[in-house]
Design a protein around this ligand. Structure first.
Ligand code: ZN
Ligand code: ZN
Ligand code: ZN
Ligand code: ZN
Length: 153
């Protein structure tokens, strides 16, 4: 359908089931390739998904499961505790802390380093902690005490 030479067509095909079009776009949210044709439908079905050109795509975070929630991937970085956690842990234990999207940190650091890193847990996390420390200054760890529930007068 698209005007793409046959030689390029098989290289990156759309990931939508039963679609074999050449794909020029990428959904950063689902981490799948998507063609111009499927783009509209995808956005209609999945509100808020971020579709970019293929060469501008985000790299998928290498997955690591949470020890407490084995079905959840670790994808949040708590800036306060400087720990990578899963979204459930974050909601339960760190709800009053500032967080970063671990995938964004990963992609930022990838760009800095200009190469793909397979071992995020050895390379990216220490660097993320370093950055968090230099931004936040000296860390004051106030224990993970639960804040009293807010009372409005
Ligand atoms: Zn999507
Ligand atoms: Zn398609
Ligand atoms: Zn967890
Ligand atoms: Zn925290």
């Amino acid at each position: 359908m698209d005007q793409v030479p046959d030689s390029a067509r098989h290289l990156i095909e759309c990931d939508t089931e039963s679609c074999r079009n050449y794909s020029e776009f990428y959904c950063n949210t689902c981490h799948q390739r998507i063609c111009d044709h499927c783009k509209e439908a995808h956005l209609k079905e999945n509100t808020g998904h971020e579709i970019v050109r293929y060469h501008e795509r985000k790299r998928k975070l290498p997955s690591e499961k949470c020890r407490i929630h084995p079905i959840k991937d670790i994808d949040v970085f708590c800036k306060f505790c400087q720990d990578p956690v899963c979204s459930t842990c974050f909601a339960q234990e760190h709800s009053d802390h500032a967080n970063s999207d671990l995938e964004t940190i990963y992609n930022d650091i990838l760009q800095e380093c200009q190469k793909e890193m397979t071992d995020i847990w050895k390379t990216v996390i220490p660097k993320a902690k370093e950055n968090a420390e230099s931004i936040g200054g000296k860390r004051e760890r106030m224990s993970r005490k639960k804040l009293p529930s807010l009372e409005y007068p």
